[in-house]
Design a protein around this ligand. Structure first.
Ligand SMILES: [Zn+2]
Length: 125
């Protein structure tokens, strides 16, 4: 059973996704017609896609809410649970503890930051 507050967060998240999709459609139109030029965005298309993917996985349970404890260590070469790319030992890996200590996930530091932001945004709305 999903609590009502979580449902509201999911609905709001979906509405935001719809907004992102509409902006992407508008951006694609600009790309197709050079006369309109390119408008600068705050977020790169890659980050935008990652945020979208995080929202989808939060909604379907593929990712948990990144609100618990975490710790850092040297990368182990395993894939990041957020972006799917390996976390090499030349970078830091964050192990994130899921709700009630039932799950863990690993991520790049930058991916964890975005994951947390998406969670906060969805909880706020
Ligand atoms: Zn990553």
């Amino acid at each position: 059973m999903i609590p009502a507050s979580a449902l509201h967060a999911l609905i709001s998240g979906n509405q935001r996704l719809l907004g992102i999709t509409r902006r992407r459609i508008a951006a694609s139109r600009r790309l197709l017609n050079p006369a309109f030029g390119l408008s600068g965005g705050r977020v790169s298309p890659e980050e935008d896609a990652l945020r979208l993917s995080i929202r989808e996985r939060l909604a379907t349970g593929g990712l948990f809410w990144a609100s618990g404890h975490s710790h850092m260590r040297r990368g182990t070469g395993r894939p990041c649970d957020v972006c799917g790319k390996p976390i090499g030992n030349d970078s830091l890996e964050r192990e994130v503890i899921g709700p009630r200590n039932t799950r863990t996930a690993i991520s790049h530091e930058a991916c964890w930051t975005i994951w947390r932001e998406v969670c906060r945004d969805m909880q706020r709305s």
